[in-house]
Design a protein around this ligand. Structure first.
Ligand SMILES: NC(=O)c1ccc[n+]([C@@H]2O[C@H](COP(=O)([O-])OP(=O)(O)OC[C@H]3O[C@@H](n4cnc5c(N)ncnc54)[C@H](O)[C@@H]3O)[C@@H](O)[C@H]2O)c1
Length: 340
């Protein structure tokens, strides 16, 4: 199979591209390196440094991908309230641009990485399954849900490509960007601990999430371009174990062999409990779920990987802040908006 993986220099995209390349598929990885790193690109993947907003017809005409795995996005959910124009441009218009080229050049199947953020539901209302109505409550989740709808309308109107939509949540593992202060809580905590700093927790830390080690998530996404069961389906993927953010900080401290140290920050506006059912994913991708890695083992692997490398410098948001009002104070101070 010939497949284009967008976001291939990023965390999840690099694992998807690696899984496919290792099985002999011909992979082109596209990334603008705004949030990923060239060293993440797996062996055997041809790299195209481009934005998903660039004209892509030349690349599609020459490579003719049968399947597109679209993972490129700036995935900073909380910050998306403050960079709405950039969020919709990069994550929604970028997706429409990739899909238009895919359609024009006969791509058979389009695998889209949406998010649990598409569900929204600020107070959390039980476990989201794929039938739960989507009520996104931030621009990031709104863009993801709009992309999902756009994929379906493109198929209905133009007759292709078929799609698989994944809604992962809180994925972690080696190659994740641990230096972006606005996203990836596991990485933020590990980096702070490596620097001897306390781990920043918003509110009382009782907000709960289900953290998901990358290997099963990446394998489900990769397999979606290969199996008929995944055609025109929307699927939650990730781990089942629920954990509060405070518990996560304690678990990471234990895995690193250090005393827990927390910096308690004012609560921010965020979904309190976000959990998803994976019944459908387990039925559809039994081998990927048979290889599931536990949270402690996954943390150990990520910590070992991270410790083998120099602590990376902080990376910055790829956009200027558009609306500084209501920034969490710690972010406002960092971004030079103190006093707003
Ligand atoms: N990590 C998670 O927990 C999680 C959860 C749900 C959904 N997702 C989604 O999965 C996908 C991958 O996320 P990730 O965690 O690997 O993030 P990541 O930042 O590590 O990877 C995204 C990659 O996309 C690239 N990119 C961003 N904008 C681009 C553009 N305009 N053109 C080309 N490349 C661009 C970045 O440089 C980066 O390498 C994203 O779509 C994200 O929204 C991630």
């Amino acid at each position: 199979m010939r497949a284009l993986v967008t976001g291939a220099a990023g965390f999840m995209g690099s694992h998807v591209a690696e899984w496919l390349a290792a099985r002999g598929h011909e992979i082109v990885g596209l990334d603008d390196l705004s949030g990923g790193f060239e060293e993440n690109l797996p062996a055997g993947v041809r790299f195209e440094k481009m934005s998903v907003l660039d004209p892509l017809d030349g690349l599609f005409a020459s490579f003719k991908p049968e399947v597109v795995y679209h993972l490129a996005a700036y995935a900073a959910e909380g910050l998306s309230h403050h960079i709405p124009v950039f969020n919709y441009q990069n994550n929604l218009v970028g997706t429409a641009n990739v899909l238009a080229s895919a359609y024009r050049h006969g791509t058979r199947h389009f695998v889209f990485t949406s998010s649990i953020a598409a569900y929204g539901h600020p107070q959390g209302e039980g476990v989201f399954d794929e039938e739960t109505p989507c009520r996104p409550c931030d621009p990031y989740g709104t863009a993801k849900h709009a992309c999902e709808l756009h994929l379906k309308t493109c198929l209905d109107y133009h007759g292709g490509p078929t799609y698989s939509i994944f809604r992962p949540h809180n994925v972690f593992g080696p190659r994740q960007n641990i230096s972006d202060p606005y996203r990836n809580v596991v990485g933020i905590f590990i980096k702070k601990a490596m620097e001897g700093q306390p781990m920043p927790v918003f509110g009382d830390g009782k907000q709960t999430r289900s953290f998901s080690y990358i290997s099963t998530v990446a394998r489900c996404i990769a397999e979606a371009g290969l199996i008929p069961q995944a055609v025109n389906r929307t699927v939650n993927i990730g781990g089942d174990r629920t954990m509060s953010v405070h518990e996560l900080a304690l678990e990471i401290s234990k895995a690193m062999g250090i005393q827990p140290s927390i910096q308690w920050l004012p609560a921010r506006h965020e979904v309190v409990h976000a959990h998803a059912s994976h019944k459908l994913a387990r039925e559809m991708f039994p081998q990927a779920y048979a290889e599931e890695v536990s949270i402690p083992e996954g943390l150990k692997r990520m910590i070992d990987f991270t410790r083998e490398r120099p602590v990376p410098a902080a990376t910055e948001c790829p956009s200027a802040i558009e609306i500084p009002d209501h920034l969490p104070p710690s972010w406002a101070a960092r971004l030079g908006f103190g006093g707003r």
